[in-house]
Design a protein around this ligand. Structure first.
Ligand SMILES: [Zn+2]
Length: 282
C-alpha cells in the first residue's frame, strides 16, 4: 500500500529540513473490496495499479509544490487529449452530523483549506466547491470526468494531508534545531491505470478504432458474448474487447491481434501467444 510504505521510508532515518521537499513516487498495486454491484468494467475494479506519489514538505513549500503538481495534471491531460473535465475543490463539511468523518482539528482544517484554495486559484483552473468531499485527513483537489452513462468519476487527485504525519510521528529537524512535523501532499495525476485506460472510451460516445481499445481478453469476469461498455453496445469490436468462444470468432480475434500495435504478438489460426526469444543453453 503506497502511503504507509512511503511514510516508512521517510521515517527510516532522521530527516533534515534541507531534504525537503522530499518526493517519493511509485506505481503501486493496491486493492479495495468493492461491492459486486459497484464494480464497473475497468472504471471500478478491486485490484488496481496507482501512480501514487507523496511529497513531504514544510508549510511554506506547500503552495509551490501544489502549483507544480497542478501543472503536471494539465500537461498529462493535454498529452492524452482529455479536455472535458471539471476541477472540484473538496473540503470538509462543518455540520455536526459529518464531524465524525473528519479529523477533529478545525484550525488545521481552515489553514489547509486556505492554502490549497490559494494554490488552485493561482493555477488559473476554473473549479467548483464540493462541501463534504474532502478526505478525512485534509482537503483535496479532484479531477472529475463524466462517462457516457452520465456517472461522474474522479480520475485523479491531489490531497493535502495535515493529520496522518502527526499521528504516525513523522518529523524533521528544522533550521532552528527543533523537531517539526511535515505536511504530506498525496498526488496521482493518472489515478489508477485501469480507470485511466477506460476513460477515453468511457467519456466519448464515438466508437474508437479496435487497436486503441483496452483488450479485456482473459480479464473479464463476464461470460457474456455481447460486449457493452459504459451502457453502450460495442458489438462491432466485440471480437477485440472480449474473448470469444466459437472457432469463427477466435479466428476473427486472432486476425484483430495480428494488426494490434503490439507487434510482439504472434498469431495462429486458433490462438494468440507471445513469442519469446530462444535461450541457448551454455
Ligand atoms: Zn497517499
Amino acid at each position: 500500500m503506497n502511503c504507509p510504505n512511503h511514510h516508512k521510508i521517510f521515517t527510516a532515518r532522521k530527516r533534515s529540513y534541507r531534504e525537503l521537499p522530499m518526493r517519493l513516487a511509485e506505481h503501486g498495486q493496491v486493492y479495495r473490496y468493492e461491492d459486486s454491484g459497484a464494480i464497473s468494467g475497468l472504471l471500478r475494479v478491486r485490484g488496481m495499479c496507482i501512480n501514487d506519489a507523496h511529497i513531504y514538505c514544510t508549510k511554506e513549500q506547500i503552495a509551490g509544490e501544489c502549483a507544480s503538481v497542478l501543472e503536471m495534471h494539465k500537461r498529462v491531460y493535454a498529452i492524452l487529449g482529455l479536455g472535458d473535465y471539471r476541477v472540484r475543490f473538496s473540503m470538509r463539511d462543518d455540520g455536526e452530523a459529518a464531524k465524525s468523518k473528519y479529523v477533529d482539528d478545525p484550525a488545521a482544517w481552515n489553514e489547509s483549506q486556505e492554502i490549497l484554495k490559494h494554490a488552485l486559484e493561482a493555477s488559473g483552473l476554473p473549479f467548483y466547491v464540493g462541501v463534504g468531499e474532502g478526505a478525512f485527513y485534509g482537503p483535496k483537489i479532484d479531477f472529475q470526468f463524466r462517462t457516457v452513462s452520465g456517472r461522474e468519476e474522479t480520475a485523479s487527485t491531489l490531497q493535502l494531508d495535515f493529520a496522518i504525519p502527526k499521528r504516525l510521528g513523522l518529523s524533521y529537524v528544522g533550521a532552528d534545531g527543533a523537531e517539526h512535523c511535515p505536511y504530506v501532499i498525496h498526488r496521482a495525476p493518472l489515478g489508477t491505470h485501469e480507470r485511466f485506460v477506460a476513460l477515453p472510451s468511457s467519456t466519448s460516445a464515438a466508437p474508437s478504432p479496435p487497436g486503441s481499445r483496452p483488450c479485456k481478453r482473459g480479464c473479464s469476469p463476464s461470460r457474456k458474448r455481447t460486449a457493452t461498455t459504459g451502457g453502450r453496445s460495442s458489438a462491432p469490436f466485440a471480437h477485440v474487447a472480449f474473448a470469444p468462444r466459437s472457432t469463427t470468432a477466435r479466428r476473427a480475434s486472432a486476425s484483430a491481434f495480428a494488426t494490434h500495435p503490439c507487434a510482439k504478438y504472434r498469431t495462429s489460426s486458433s490462438s494468440v501467444s507471445v513469442s519469446r526469444p530462444k535461450v541457448r543453453s551454455p
